[in-house]
Design a protein around this ligand. Structure first.
Ligand SMILES: [Mn+2]
Length: 321
C-alpha cells in the first residue's frame, strides 16, 4: 500500500516532469503541502524551472532543479510523468539503490514504472486524482492545496473544455472552490496570461505555418527565436492548441528547437476522432489521444520531415470512412 509507504517515510522527494505544465506544478506543490502537513521533510524537484505564471502557488519558488546530493530519501513520488524518462535527471541522477518509487498519473500511455502505480486514464488531470488521494493520505485540504489542485485541473482541461472533463472533474473542482480557490483568478493567471516572449514565439510560428491534408504545423528554429530576442524556451502549448482549433484541421503540430540543447521539442494536438498519442509513442514520446508530445534529435528539418510523415500517415489511417 502506498499509504503505508508514505506513513513510514521521513524524507520524501517529489518529482514533476521536465518542461512542466500547470498540472505538473499544481500536483507537485499540492503533494508537497500535504506531505509537510503530515510532518514529512519534503524536497520538490523539476529539471526545468517553474514557469513564472505559476509562481503564485505555495511552494512554487521552493521547487529545486535537482535533489539534495547529501540526502537519503525514503520515497520518491512522481507526479504527471507518463514514463521514467519524464522525470529527467532528477531521478536518473539519484544514486543506486534508488528509493521506492510511487507513480501518480493520468496519461493513458503510462508505463507503470513505479513500485506503486496510481494511474487513472479517465481522470482529467493528475490534480483530479490527487483531490481524492491526498485525503486518503490523511491530509486536510487547505486553501493553498486547493489553489494548486485547481490550477492543475484548469490548465490540463483548458478551462473545463476537453473531452475528458466529467461530472467527477466538476465535483472535484467545486470542492476546491468551496475551500477558497479563486477559479477566475486561477484561469486568468495560469491559462490566459502569457509572457511577451510567448506571443513573439506565436508570431514566428504563425508566419511559418503550413497546411497539408488536415495537418497544420509549424517549425520554429532556435536562430529565429534568438533574432527576435526571445529569452528562454517559451511554451508552445498555446500555439499548438490554436493550430488544432483552425477549421478543417485534424492535427496541429509545433516543432521548436530548444535553446539549451540540440533537441527538438514537438507538441501535437488532435481533433476527435483523430489521435496523436500513437504518433507520439511511435516517436519515443507519450501523452493523450488529443494532446501528446515528444522530443527528437535535430536537425530541425529532419525532425520536421519525420513528424509530418508520421502525422499524415496517421490522419490517412484514422480518417472516418
Ligand atoms: Mn497532466
Amino acid at each position: 500500500m502506498i499509504q503505508f509507504a508514505i506513513e513510514k517515510a521521513n524524507r520524501v522527494l517529489v518529482i514533476a516532469h521536465v518542461d512542466p505544465d500547470g498540472d505538473a506544478i499544481g500536483s507537485l506543490t499540492a503533494v508537497g503541502q500535504a506531505l509537510q502537513q503530515l510532518g514529512k521533510r519534503v524536497t520538490l524537484v523539476c529539471d526545468d524551472a517553474v514557469p513564472q505564471r505559476f509562481h503564485y502557488l505555495p511552494l512554487a519558488t521552493d521547487v529545486r532543479r535537482a535533489p539534495h546530493t547529501d540526502a537519503h530519501y525514503d520515497l520518491v513520488i512522481a507526479v504527471d510523468c507518463a514514463d521514467e524518462s519524464r522525470m529527467g535527471w532528477a531521478y536518473a541522477a539519484l544514486p543506486e539503490p534508488k528509493p521506492t518509487l510511487a507513480n501518480i498519473d493520468h496519461h493513458v500511455t503510462n508505463t507503470r514504472f513505479g513500485a506503486f502505480n496510481i494511474i487513472e486514464p479517465d481522470a482529467s488531470s493528475t490534480a483530479e486524482i490527487l483531490c481524492r488521494f491526498l485525503a486518503e493520505m490523511g491530509a486536510t485540504l487547505t486553501r493553498g492545496m486547493a489553489d494548486s489542485l485547481l490550477t492543475g485541473i484548469v490548465t490540463d482541461t483548458m478551462g473545463f473544455r476537453t473531452t475528458n472533463v466529467s461530472a467527477a472533474t466538476l465535483r472535484a473542482a467545486a470542492d476546491l472552490v468551496d475551500c477558497g480557490a479563486d477559479i477566475a483568478d486561477i484561469s486568468l493567471r495560469a491559462l490566459h496570461r502569457r509572457p511577451h516572449a510567448t506571443a513573439q514565439m506565436w508570431g514566428l510560428g504563425l508566419e511559418r505555418m503550413k497546411l497539408q491534408d488536415g495537418l497544420l504545423w509549424t517549425s520554429i528554429p532556435r536562430e529565429a527565436l534568438r533574432r527576435a530576442g526571445v529569452e528562454g524556451s517559451p511554451s508552445s502549448s498555446g500555439l499548438v492548441n490554436f493550430l488544432a482549433d483552425v477549421e478543417g484541421v485534424a492535427m496541429g503540430v509545433v516543432l521548436s528547437e530548444m535553446q539549451d540543447d540540440d533537441k527538438v521539442r514537438v507538441g501535437m494536438r488532435a481533433v476527435p476522432p483523430y489521435n496523436v498519442a500513437e504518433v507520439a509513442v511511435r516517436l519515443g514520446g507519450g501523452g493523450h489521444a488529443l494532446a501528446a508530445g515528444c522530443a527528437l534529435e535535430g536537425p530541425l528539418d529532419k525532425a520536421e520531415a519525420t513528424v509530418v510523415a508520421a502525422c499524415l500517415e496517421a490522419i490517412r489511417r484514422q480518417r472516418p470512412r
